[in-house]
Design a protein around this ligand. Structure first.
Ligand code: CUA
Length: 348
């Protein structure tokens, strides 16, 4: 209903209306309070000006009901806003279970995106309408911020860390994508377009050209090219811990700390392997900082996810110790020496 107003950004996601309602409540509430204060101020200034003969007897110096009133009523209002906005914040922060995932790398001054079938885009994101989409983001250099006003979603892309946002587009169209964090000379040109398509149109687009290897399959290739598989073997017989079935589980470190294997932990283990050592292993692994780009790191993480526990969290290594099940591209080999030993090259 607010879209008819001039300058009001279009609402094109499921959360847009909810964000607008909160925003309008805050602006409206502030406006009402300001009006009351200014009106009373003007009224009293006129009524009790020095020359007026208004009755000044019986001035009230303290009033318990009044003081309780102006303490409790604002408290109730701000607690109402707190609960409302927190609920909305958690709704926006927590992705639903079944999402279409896209990997995003911010870089001065462009957005690089990759779909899980391997299709890549720059400064353009195609998504289907009515489907929950989750973006996992990082940055190659400085902090950027992925902002789609029509969806009312914005999240920083931070170097060395993974952040995510999700949205569900509600109508087909083209929407602005901005970088919302000042990141240097061409920050204002770090813009793009989100293209929302009908489901079947999107499927055609996604399969429209040779997609290349999936991120998991690229990660698997990189895993072999970098020689990771010489220490991280499918069974726990290598110098490093096996990576089969660990993604999403909690692993015990030297010193007793338990760490959940997530994107950020896997990344840390690659670029700063001595930060935390898995219990029972030695700090032998060299750092790969600077040797693997952000997209390569994301691909490795997708590969480790693909050999992680299936739905339900049970380790597949228990059931099939000989071969790691994974959902990489057809034709991609399993963990181990069967991988093609092509020269090490980092897809960028
Ligand atoms: Cu990237 Cu501003």
């Amino acid at each position: 209903m607010w879209e008819e107003l001039p300058l009001w950004p279009e609402q094109a996601s499921t959360v847009a209306g909810k964000v607008d309602a909160l925003y309008l409540f805050l602006v409206g509430g502030s406006a009402v309070m300001s009006l009351i204060i200014v009106a009373l101020l003007a009224l009293f200034a006129v009524r009790y000006r020095r020359r007026s003969k208004a009755d000044r007897s019986g001035a009230v110096n303290e009033s318990l009901p009044l003081e309780l009133g102006w303490t409790l009523i604002p408290l109730i209002i701000v607690m109402f806003v707190f609960v409302w906005s927190s609920a909305l914040f958690f709704h926006i922060q927590r992705p639903p279970d079944d999402t279409l995932d896209v990997l995003v790398v911010g870089k001065r001054w462009m957005w690089k995106l990759q779909h899980l079938n391997g299709k890549r885009e720059i400064n353009e994101l195609h998504v289907p309408v009515g489907r929950d989409v989750k973006l996992t983001m990082t940055s190659e250099d400085v902090i950027h911020s992925f902002y789609v006003p029509a969806f009312r979603v914005k999240a920083d892309a931070v170097p060395g860390r993974y952040t995510s946002i999700w949205f569900r587009a509600t109508k087909p169209g083209r929407y602005h994508l901005f970088c919302a964090e000042y990141c240097g000379t061409k920050h204002s040109q770090m813009i793009g377009t989100v293209i929302v398509m009908e489901g079947d149109e999107f499927q055609r687009w996604l399969g429209g050209e040779v997609a290349g290897l999936t991120p998991a399959a690229q990660g698997e290739r990189l895993f072999a090219n970098l020689g990771c598989n010489t220490c991280h073997k499918p069974e726990a017989t290598g110098r490093g811990p096996t990576l089969v079935g660990v993604y999403g589980t909690a692993v015990e470190m030297e010193g007793g700390e338990r760490v959940t294997v997530d994107e950020t932990y896997v990344r840390e283990s690659i670029v700063d392997p001595r930060a935390r050592i898995v219990s029972g292993y030695k700090p032998l692994m060299p750092t790969y900082r600077g040797l693997i780009g952000e997209q390569g790191l994301m691909n490795l993480i997708e590969y480790i996810k693909s050999i992680g526990p299936p739905e339900g969290g049970k380790s597949p290594a228990v059931d099939s110790p000989a071969r790691a099940p994974h959902d990489a591209a057809p034709g991609a080999a399993g963990l181990g020496p069967a991988l093609p030993a092509t020269p090490s090259s980092e897809p960028s």
